[in-house]
Design a protein. Structure first.
Length: 566
């Protein structure tokens, strides 16, 4: 659950810090006060996409940080270990920063993580249900995910086996399709590969050759400069009256007097060593000069070879090594295309065997889904009575694709299409959910689904963002009681305009916006006392003009809520 939330420079919130507890926390306030902004901030912590529009005007970045109590959270410990993140006493700190340029930074327990990693944690920690969930429920393409999620581990073992086989068969199908291209295109490709292979082979490329040639070229181009410098150096060392003669004389003079003074022995040895060292180097320079030979024809050969390599690099790679790698690739492709008939037969046999295995796994998965669909429909239907939909029934239609002769008949998630059908009145036939349910009915259906899924999702914080739209009267009271029941062993946040829901709150938070002296809009947040709670619920009943009757009605709602809780 969320223990504490801090928001800085986010939308119209300059700075906000609030702590939370278990049970039902409701957020109320006038429209536009910033209630949904708080949910948006939590959604960003859970991995929602961010943008610079969230950053408060005139500031550099927005910061959202929350402390989660995750000691009993399923899967969190394993995920922390996988990501190499330390967990401190069952607590988890998620932080998100969004700069005015739109750049986003995510941290978990202080460690930088990617957005995808943050999303993995967010799915386990927070379950946000808003008006967009209605659209998700209306879209039949999402219904399969409801079934799979409800199936949990019992379905996952079938799904994972199917997905693994699907990936392998997909590779085989892609290879077969490659061989099934137009014969003319294949023939043209073979001709092109044959020409390229011949051109590269004729060049006899060797790794490191270009670098060696460039080094040899550099020596030949600078031959005269090197020769004259070495010649002058040698003459300075060992020519007439050159350095070695003078050094030989100095060494002899010092050697003659070295015994007359202990200090002179050091001078004599140093000069003598220097003489022998220079004599050795002079000899090496002379040998090097004698071996030097200028070959203008070799320079021409090098230029021609480098030009040949340069021309090939324009076609086949940025270096000799890259061209050799490319040569190995096209040679392999050339052999595969020439052997395509034999290879295709082997590939096609492997594909057919893979399809047979895939059909088996798909049928097993489909059979398991049918059983889960029946259980899910039964579980949802059991919730309708509590939500004043006594005559409503959900039926989950699972249609299996029977065209499984080729790989095109399979999808990455199986061969099933799932659609939710509903009837809300006795004697009426089942119809697609999207064509039948009203807004108020959708809110209650989704609440029924959330109640059912709470049993398989674990103790994630559940957030309802104005899900009571279009609901009133007895249905509103039923929704309030159902939301309250969800909060008995979990943390539930609910943004609401219904006094019935607000009355059920264990913790009531009032949000309002105000204008500061510098004409900036800010949002304030306040936890209400029991007396303030009565006043706020009275306002929700009667509007801005509080009446004694509204106050009494508010007290009555709160008393009724307490009885329901007990």
């Amino acid at each position: 659950m969320i223990s504490e939330l801090q928001i800085i420079n986010f939308a119209i919130i300059d700075k906000l810090t609030i702590s939370f507890e278990k049970g039902l926390t409701v957020f109320t306030g006038e429209t536009g006060a910033g209630k949904s902004i708080i949910i948006d901030a939590i959604a960003l912590l859970a991995g929602a996409r961010g943008s610079s529009e969230f950053v408060r005007h005139g500031t550099q970045k927005a910061e959202i940080e929350a402390l989660f109590d995750s000691e009993d959270q399923q899967g969190i410990r394993e995920l922390l270990q996988d990501q190499g993140i330390e967990q401190s006493e069952g607590q988890l700190v998620l932080k998100r920063e969004i700069s005015s340029s739109g750049k986003s930074v995510c941290r978990i327990n202080g460690k930088l993580v990617t957005l995808s990693v943050l999303q993995q944690f967010g799915r386990l920690l927070v379950d946000i249900h808003g008006q967009h969930e209605h659209q998700r429920l209306l879209d039949p393409t999402n219904h399969l995910s409801f079934v799979d999620q409800f199936g949990g581990l019992s379905l996952e073992k079938f799904s994972s086996t199917y997905r693994a086989e699907y990936k392998e068969v997909a590779k085989l199908a892609a290879q077969c399709n490659k061989f099934n291209h137009d014969e003319k295109q294949i023939a043209q490709r073979i001709d092109l590969l044959q020409y390229q292979i011949g051109e590269i082979e004729a060049a006899h490329l060797k790794a490191g050759e270009e670098e060696h040639l460039l080094e040899e070229k550099r020596k030949l181009v600078n031959f005269e400069k090197v020769f004259q410098a070495l010649k002058a150096s040698y003459e300075a060392l060992d020519g007439e009256n050159a350095g070695l003669d003078l050094l030989r004389q100095a060494s002899g003079n010092l050697d003659a007097i070295r015994d007359l003074d202990p200090k002179l022995e050091h001078f004599s040895d140093s000069v003598s060593n220097g003489y022998f060292l220079l004599e050795e180097q002079a000899s090496a320079i002379r040998n090097y000069l004698e071996q030097m030979e200028y070959n203008p024809e070799r320079l021409d050969d090098i230029e021609m070879r480098l030009n040949e390599i340069h021309m090939l690099k324009r076609k086949y790679g940025n270096s000799v090594e890259e061209m050799i790698t490319y040569y190995e690739q096209i040679k392999k492709e050339y052999q595969e295309l020439n052997d395509r008939d034999r290879n295709f037969d082997a590939l096609n046999d492997a594909l057919q065997e893979g399809l047979e295995r895939l059909r088996t796994h798909a049928m097993n998965l489909s059979t398991a889904r049918k059983k889960v669909s029946v259980k899910l429909a039964r579980a949802i239907n059991s919730q309708f009575k509590d939500l004043c939909m006594e005559h409503a029934l959900i039926d989950i239609h699972l249609k299996m694709n029977n065209n499984l002769e080729s790989f095109s008949g399979f999808e990455s998630d199986g061969i099933d299409q799932v659609s939710f059908y509903i009837t809300t009145n006795p004697g009426e036939p089942f119809k697609p959910l999207a064509k039948t349910a009203s807004g108020g009915e959708l809110s209650r259906i989704m609440l029924a689904i959330k109640t059912v899924f709470k049993k398989v999702m674990g103790p994630a914080t559940i957030i309802f963002d104005e899900v009571d739209t279009g609901v009133s009267g007895r249905a509103a009271q039923a929704m309030a009681e159902k939301i309250c029941s969800l909060s008995q062993d979990a943390q539930v946040f609910c943004i609401t305009h219904l006094p019935q829901v607000a009355a059920m709150a264990d913790h009531h938070v009032f949000i309002e916006k105000y204008m500061t002296k510098d004409h900036r809009t800010r949002t304030s947040i306040k936890k209400l006392s029991e007396s303030d709670k009565i006043t706020e619920i009275g306002r929700m009943i009667s509007g801005p003009q509080m009446t004694d009757l509204a106050r009494e009605h508010a007290k009555e709602l709160i008393n009724l809520a307490e009885k329901v809780k007990k």
